[in-house]
Design a protein around this ligand. Structure first.
Ligand SMILES: *Cc1c(COP(=O)(O)O)cnc(C)c1O
Length: 376
């Protein structure tokens, strides 16, 4: 097995780095193609909200565009503006809708709001009157998530008074699944039925329904545009089954110190964890300030190759302590690196140990990591 530090050699910033986050853009592109394959001929957008799920909008979005994505979804208008600068020709939808006072910016940056409520429809219609032409948007109808999207009563008003949509170029009618990662959940079929019933009350328009996991629920969920996010970034959209996606991130933390414990003692804050004489403790340069969740205290593990080094005691702000007792001494040296996310321990495994989900692990990845983008 190569020395762990041999896997990292990326210049002076990397030499100074406490931890190195490698983001595999080629894997993201391959995941995009894999989802397209699953979709047959149905077009596939890319959801890049929250800085492309923490992985860096500026690098990730152009990589997805190079793989063929032409339609993108962000959550906030600011994210849409940032993306517009990178991708002048893309269709960009803003999921959080049309806030009061944002119509001018929406138009100036050629963004399409996802209209989530009747007052947003009203606002965009007024903007269209002012523009003297129809303005593009998606209309989001709620089908059982009860989070965003036109509730049933608002949809009824819209279908009774279609003139409210006269200025709106409806690119998509969309809805969002609450339980897509549980294929047997009855809400999936119920939402699908509600979507088909309710969208029939609006003027005919292309439909968009499936997120990452929804794509794997089968063709009846595909409609005219899929909206995957997390699967692009390597999280398994089919939990409990082998992942169809390629892993995208690798996180390596530097070993700062290694110590032999010479008598039974505790490790870290709160003295939560006792180790015996002869234990070897390695201290790593990452912590909860980097998004390494504190719930990983005594739960997570670092890895050297296929060897597991369990987290010992509490995760601190900038440091993690791990049990290196069983690992050959020459593999655990100050200056070397261990995997916090890597080939033997992916985002989903870390999330499970943290009592969380891959989405949260990715979007929490810290700003202090030295980031490296691999593009094949
Ligand atoms: C975040 C989001 C998506 C993407 O979901 P994933 O589970 O990450 O694929 C799709 N549609 C809407 C409305 C969303 O909010």
């Amino acid at each position: 097995m190569p020395a762990p530090e041999s896997s990292v050699n990326h210049g002076p910033a990397a030499t100074r780095a406490g931890a190195i986050l490698a983001i595999d853009l080629a894997a993201i592109q391959s995941n995009y193609r894999r989802l397209r394959e699953e979709l047959g001929g149905v077009p596939c957008a890319a959801v890049v909200k929250a800085n492309a799920y923490g992985l860096g909008l500026a690098r990730v979005a152009p990589a997805l565009a190079a793989a063929g994505a032409t339609t993108f979804f962000v959550a906030q208008i600011e994210e849409g503006i940032a993306l517009r600068e990178r991708l002048p020709g893309a269709a960009i939808f803003v999921l959080n809708g049309l806030g009061a006072g944002t119509s001018d910016d929406m138009r100036a940056y050629d963004l399409c709001p996802v209209l989530n409520a009747l007052d947003e429809v009203e606002r965009w219609n007024a903007a269209a009157r002012q523009a003297g032409r129809p303005l593009p948007a998606a209309i989001h109808i709620d089908t059982g998530m009860n989070r965003l999207g036109l509730p049933r009563q608002e949809l009824a008003r819209l279908s009774d008074e279609p003139a409210r949509l006269s200025g709106i170029d409806t690119r998509y009618v969309m809805s969002h699944l609450a339980c897509a990662e549980e294929p047997d959940h009855p809400l999936n079929q119920a939402q699908l039925d509600a979507f088909n019933r309710r969208r029939a009350r609006l003027p005919a328009a292309p439909a968009s329904f499936a997120n990452s996991s929804g794509i794997f629920l089968g063709a009846t969920y595909h409609f005219d545009l899929a909206r995957p996010g997390v699967a692009l970034y390597g999280v398994n959209p089919t939990p409990g089954r082998p992942s169809p996606m390629r892993q995208v991130v690798r996180l390596q933390a530097r070993i700062l110190q290694v110590r032999e414990i010479d008598a039974s003692q505790t490790v870290g804050y709160g003295a939560t964890r006792r180790v015996g004489a002869g234990a070897r403790v390695a201290t790593l340069a990452a912590g909860y300030a980097d998004g390494y969740l504190r719930s990983l205290s005594d739960n997570g593990s670092a890895w050297i190759g296929a060897q597991r080094l369990p987290v010992l005691g509490r995760v601190s702000m900038d440091l993690i302590t791990v049990d290196a007792s069983g690992v050959a001494e020459d593999l655990v040296r100050p200056g070397g690196f261990v995997d916090l996310i890597g080939p033997h321990y992916d985002v989903d495994a870390l999330a499970a140990d943290a009592g969380s989900i891959g989405y949260e692990i990715l979007t929490a990845l810290g700003a202090r990591y030295h980031r490296i983008y691999l593009d094949g």
